[in-house]
Design a protein around this ligand. Structure first.
Ligand code: C2E
Ligand code: MG
Ligand code: MG
Length: 646
């Protein structure tokens, strides 16, 4: 339906464009035809002076001159304006037809009034002039057929009439010839008119296609905003201007928070509509001289020009502006029946910066935007050189990590978990990266990179397979459980359960000795799916503990529905437990709650005897921390298990 309307509108505008061109063509040839009229009418009058009544000639000639003058003035007026509106074009078209009609009528009048009845030679001259004028009209007036046809019929039919009334054989012959001639010129004019229309149409379509190609190369189809290419182009110009006039501008890099969730849950159509609405809000907020562009996905950039003469003034102005952009998102968006709440993270960088090309600036704003996201989203951050360094390090880690798995640089360490008597009840598998230059790298430095790049899937498989193999070495005759950390992204992967089952079957271990540590973050998103997955894994024999408990947002209501066996109190609460009353209260509350719900509790990060004693006193039964053992390689773990049992 919309497409049909669009097609109709396109056809209408094509027709209008062709009409305008036809009108332009007829005016363009007007000087030539007016000159021909002046010359021909003057010569004709001069020659016929001897055989036709003078007052008739003068009257006719004056009428011709006046008409020609009128047409010339119309032509001059047309040149001074460029008609674009449909009604304007129609007006000038009508004037052109009127001029042709007046001229045609006058030439038609010539064959009636200036016909030298007695003088065959003069008749021949008149025939010759009128035939010449008609032939000329075919070339100059055919772009508008109404003009040429009227001119030709008005000019030639009186001639036919005239010869008919001669009532002689020659007269009849001339009548027949004139009719034939009239037909030929009118048909030729029609043909010429059609071919002019066709070539104008072809030209218009080609022009339209070129414009479309240019438009598509510079604008985003969904939002109609400039795209990256046009943005870079404008930014380039603005950098040069800013350098020349010594003022500052800014780039704001905007990324919508959690847009992917909306897209995934409500579909791309809703996502697209939402992006269009965001584009509109941004467009309304910026000044005329600024640019807002869509780089792709949910990324927008704003180019602010000529803000201030100093960095300080510019910074504070932009800070304020970024806050206002954030305010644009406080009002929910309405798409179909949905009310959508959205926020944006914004990265800002100022320009000009010595030697920085547009791509550098965009990258800086992008880096700052990432920082805004990492620090909790829905906020803006200015770019700082230290951020670049962090980005560089991340890239290095990403590059190295890709190699690490294949090169066998990853290792599993184990940290003992003990009961109240110090007897080993299990161990937590902790990943280490044995970097060829940097030595052992702790997982906090690379797990998030592995998650972002998707490397976590392969790494997670490796960790689980290695832990299973090591478990076989520990043996299954002792009540020892190995805990393996599972990252949220890994857990949410579509075929996570099958992967785990395959690995377990491959290693032939008893899954009752395996525990997955998941964080509260896993529980927050897509709760039903999480529960279903946990239940499937529990059926295989695997148990679960909630890692870093107390740092997230999980509520009791959540916990009750989960097949969880154990909570791990985060070490941030345990560290100062004997000195910070707040931490002590939190730990006590967790212990109470767990007792009521029948959950086991492991306290992480137990480093001192005081903490150990305090936890024991409050009823904690399981412990993990440097006090008992640091994370160690498998061989050391085996020794520790032996000595703990002894
Ligand atoms: P986590 O699961 O909470 O692991 C406990 C962390 O606390 C370990 O750090 C451990 O070395 C440290 N720790 C244990 N006892 C003490 C103590 O008494 N004092 C102090 N200060 N620290 C203690 P690590 O090995 O650096 O691991 C950090 C985090 O990296 C882990 O936190 C876990 O979230 C993640 N991680 C480790 N291995 C894996 C893995 O194989 N897969 C995934 N997805 N994440 C992993
Ligand atoms: Mg853990
Ligand atoms: Mg932990």
């Amino acid at each position: 339906m919309t497409q049909n309307t669009g097609e109709l509108a396109k056809d209408a505008s094509a027709e209008q464009n062709i009409k305008a061109e036809q009108t332009r063509l007829i005016y363009r040839s007007m000087p030539f035809s007016l000159l021909a009229i002046l010359i021909n009418s003057s010569i004709l009058s001069l020659v016929l002076w001897r055989v036709i009544d003078h007052s008739t000639i003068i009257g006719w000639l004056v009428a011709v001159y006046l008409t020609t003058l009128y047409r010339f003035l119309t032509y001059r007026n047309f040149l001074s304006i460029t008609p674009t509106q449909d009604n304007e074009i129609e007006h000038w078209r009508r004037l052109a037809i009127l001029g042709a009609t007046l001229s045609g009528a006058l030439w038609g009048a010539a064959s009636l009034l200036l016909f030298p009845l007695e003088h065959v030679a003069y008749q021949a001259l008149l025939v010759f002039v009128i035939a010449g004028m008609s032939a000329g009209a075919v070339t100059t007036l055919s772009s508008i057929f109404a003009a040429s046809a009227t001119f030709l019929l008005l000019t030639l039919l009186p001639f036919v009439w005239r010869f008919l009334f001669l009532e002689s054989d020659v007269g009849y012959a001339m009548t027949a010839m004139s009719i034939l001639f009239t037909l030929i010129v009118v048909i030729s004019s029609k043909r010429l008119n059609q071919s002019i229309q066709e070539s104008l149409k072809v030209r218009y379509e080609r022009q339209l296609a070129e414009e479309t190609i240019i438009y598509q190369a510079h604008y985003d189809e969904l939002t109609q905003l400039p795209n990256r290419r046009l943005f870079i182009d404008r930014l380039n110009q603005e950098i040069t201007r800013a350098q020349r006039h010594q003022h500052f501008g800014a780039i704001l890099f905007l990324d919508l928070d959690h847009f992917k969730n909306i897209n995934d849950s409500l579909g791309h159509r809703v996502g697209d509509k939402l992006l269009q609405q965001v584009a509109q809000r941004l467009l309304h907020r910026i000044r005329n001289e600024d640019t807002v562009a869509r780089l792709g996905g949910d990324e927008f950039v704003i180019l602010l020009t000529e803000i201030g003469d100093s960095r300080e003034i510019t910074s504070s102005w932009v800070q304020n502006f970024a806050a206002q952009i954030q305010l644009l998102f406080t009002e929910p968006f309405r798409v179909q029946e949905h009310e959508l709440h959205l926020s944006a993270s914004i990265g800002v960088t100022l320009f000009p910066i010595n030697g920085a090309v547009p791509e550098d600036l965009l990258q800086q704003a992008d880096v700052a935007m990432y920082r805004a996201k990492a620090e909790g989203r829905d906020q803006s951050r200015f770019f700082l050189p230290s951020m670049q360094e962090a980005v560089h390090q991340r890239l290095e880690i990403e590059k190295g990590l890709r190699r690490a798995l294949a090169a066998g640089e990853l290792e599993l360490y184990y940290q003992l978990q003990v009961d109240i008597t110090g007897t080993c009840i299990g161990a937590e598998a902790l990943l280490r990266w044995n970097h060829p230059e940097r030595g052992l790298i702790a997982p906090n430095e690379f797990i998030s990179v592995a998650e972002e790049t998707g490397l976590i899937y392969k790494i997670g498989d490796w960790v689980l397979a290695t832990a299973c193999r090591d478990m076989a070495q520990i043996g299954f005759n002792r009540p020892i459980t190995l805990s393996v950390n599972v990252s949220p992204k890994q857990f949410r992967e579509a075929n996570f359960v099958e992967r785990v089952q395959n690995i377990i079957h491959g290693c032939r271990i008893n899954p009752a000795h395996l525990r997955f540590e998941i964080t509260e973050n896993v529980l927050i998103e897509n709760f039903e799916q999480t529960v279903a997955r946990m239940q499937q894994l529990k059926k295989c024999g695997i148990s679960f503990s909630i890692d870093d408990f107390g740092t997230g947002h999980s509520s009791l209501a959540y916990l009750k529905q989960l097949p969880v066996e154990m909570l791990k109190i985060d070490r941030s609460f345990v560290r100062d437990i004997s000195t910070d009353p707040n931490d002590a209260i939190i730990v006590e509350t967790i212990l109470d709650m767990a007792r009521h719900m029948g959950l086991k509790v492991v306290a992480e990060g137990v480093e001192t005897q005081e903490a150990f004693a305090f936890l024991k006193e409050k009823g904690c039964e399981y412990f993990q921390g440097y006090l008992f053992s640091r994370p160690v390689p498998l061989q050391d773990l085996l020794c520790k298990i032996e000595s703990s049992a002894a």
